[in-house]
Design a protein around this ligand. Structure first.
Ligand code: IPE
Ligand code: IPE
Ligand code: MG
Length: 251
């Protein structure tokens, strides 16, 4: 895959640029189930999941997808055993260090959404380094949702808006959809066009609640470690054939 040019990847996909999603968001689920099926510990599923992250990021970058958002850790995932959480933190730290040169080579810009509390300082340091280093890159925006929850994000936004109102720097009637969006972690990002979920669950699990109002959903039974470039192409092709109405009438 690595020697394929963007043009070749685009030709293989065979979807007009204007029919492609600008922003793809992924609920990367099923690492544990994948591992259990191979009689491996759950953490092996997370390790293999990182390989799927690499493939997916690389392909989105080749296809010149404007933004890829990956749900890495939800605010509810802290309920998991400490050993699993420690391993996830270790993988995050490793990813930030090991992928830095690829991120720079591929002109990828990294942003993180979610609350910082609870994330160990050493992981935050590596995250911040990658964000800073890649800040001026002009290719695909890779947005990682870490300790992210849609409800928590809205609460944080509403608190900040309430402070502005209290200081009288904002009037209640000035609160609009656009203003609220500007206070979310995703400020300045386009809403996801396509939301992919692996491992078959038909739920949102507190991901981007505000932003996915009109996203097209695509669910595969495959677990995240099994997710291949062909699956990504399949999702994009299906998306391209959909008729998005946004409450209006079919074109
Ligand atoms: C997704 O895989 C990764 C994270 C939530 C961190 P899971 O760990 O949820 O895998 P399953 O759903 O238990 O199979
Ligand atoms: C969603 O998966 C969170 C991530 C992929 C990071 P979960 O495995 O946490 O979702 P539920 O618990 O099955 O809804
Ligand atoms: Mg899961």
């Amino acid at each position: 895959m690595s020697d394929r040019s963007a043009a070749t990847a685009a030709a293989e996909l065979n979807v007009d640029v204007e029919r492609r999603p600008r922003h793809i968001a992924v609920i990367m689920d099923g690492n544990g189930r994948w591992a259990q099926r191979q009689s491996l510990p759950r953490i092996e599923g997370h390790r293999q999941g990182v390989a799927s992250v690499r493939r997916t990021v690389e392909e989105c970058s080749r296809l010149d997808i404007e933004q890829l958002t990956l749900y890495c850790l939800s605010s509810e995932n802290w309920k998991r055993p400490q050993t699993e959480l420690d391993f996830l933190m270790h993988l995050l730290e490793q990813y930030m260090i090991e992928e830095r040169s690829t991120i720079m080579d591929q002109d990828i810009r990294v942003r993180i959404i979610g609350r910082r509390d609870g994330i160990p300082d050493r992981v935050l340091r590596e995250m911040d380094k990658t964000i800073e280093l890649s800040a001026a890159n002009g290719g695909t925006l890779l947005c990682l949702a870490i300790n992210y929850g849609g409800r928590a994000e809205m609460i944080d936004a509403i608190r900040r808006i309430a402070c502005e109102v209290q200081k009288q720097s904002l009037k209640p009637e000035e609160i609009s959809e656009e203003l609220l969006a500007d206070y979310l972690d995703t400020a300045g990002m386009p809403d996801p066009d396509l939301l992919v979920r692996t491992a078959g669950e038909m739920r949102i699990s507190n991901f981007l609640l505000w932003q996915i109002s009109y996203s097209e959903l695509w669910v595969t039974e495959k677990c995240w470690p099994e997710f291949q470039v062909d699956d990504l192409h399949h999702a994009i092709r299906d998306y391209a054939a959909r008729d998005r109405r946004f409450g209006g009438l079919a074109k």
